[in-house]
Design a binder for this molecule. Structure first.
Ligand code: GRF
Length: 210
């Protein structure tokens, strides 16, 4: 069973989708801590309502980005976390997290990467005039939304779409593919080979023939 820590800054709908997947069972992972940099993040309430440790680590209490991230790492390590899920975490991941959790940090992005990285992926796609956008789950590296891609889901853009209508359809896909990717990680089925992530077949369960 993989112990999972979540970092979130906002409402936490992806975190909720992950928790729901864990509750459905056979997930291979357990959410043990939610860390937020924002004391008013909705994700904190979701954690508390679901019996997950909720911790606020505000950058305002530290003199540098490094020191703040070190404190986040300390909390995650103290909880025995083996996988870190970013779920609307509005900070660039730096050296402390990458040094200790490299290859074990996932993120969800509201666009088909490498198109439209960074903030407001949905708005960027609309303004660019793209006909298709979507959602991406990827490993986190030192860049901004540049790490190896695990799962993507396409979402067509309609003539009448606004940022809100498009975001809602993308979000539905996020809630589907993020739990799927986390489950694959927990099953030990993700193999990073350079830029590519290979999805390995499911091995035999305990008690089954090899
Ligand atoms: C999502 O659109 C996610 O793709 C992006 O931030 C948003 C977080 O939403 N990284 P929520 O807090 O999970 O509802």
């Amino acid at each position: 069973m993989t112990s999972i820590g979540v970092l979130a800054s906002g409402r936490g709908s992806n975190f909720k989708a992950l928790l729901d997947a864990q509750k459905r069972g056979d997930f291979g992972g357990e959410f043990v801590v939610l860390v937020s940099d924002k004391p008013d993040a909705g994700a904190l309430s979701i954690a508390r309502e679901n019996g997950v440790k909720a911790v606020v680590i505000s950058p305002k209490d530290f003199t540098s980005r490094e020191a703040h991230e070190e404190a986040v790492v300390k909390e995650l390590e103290g909880c025995g976390v083996g996988l870190v899920c970013l779920a609307g975490y509005m900070r660039i991941v730096g050296t402390p997290l990458l040094a200790r959790f490299g290859g074990r940090i996932l993120n969800i992005h509201p666009a088909l990467l490498p198109s439209f990285p960074g903030l407001h992926g949905q708005r960027q796609a609309l303004e660019h005039g793209a006909k298709v956008t979507g959602a991406t789950v990827h490993f986190v590296d030192e860049g901004c939304d540049t790490g190896p891609i695990i799962i993507q889901a396409p979402v067509p853009i309609g003539e009448d779409d606004t940022e809100d209508t498009l975001s809602a359809r993308i979000l539905a896909e996020e809630h589907r593919i993020y739990p799927a990717a986390v489950r694959l990680f927990c099953e030990g089925r993700l193999k990073i080979a350079g830029r590519r992530v290979k999805i390995l077949p499911l091995g035999p369960k305990k008690g089954e023939d090899k």
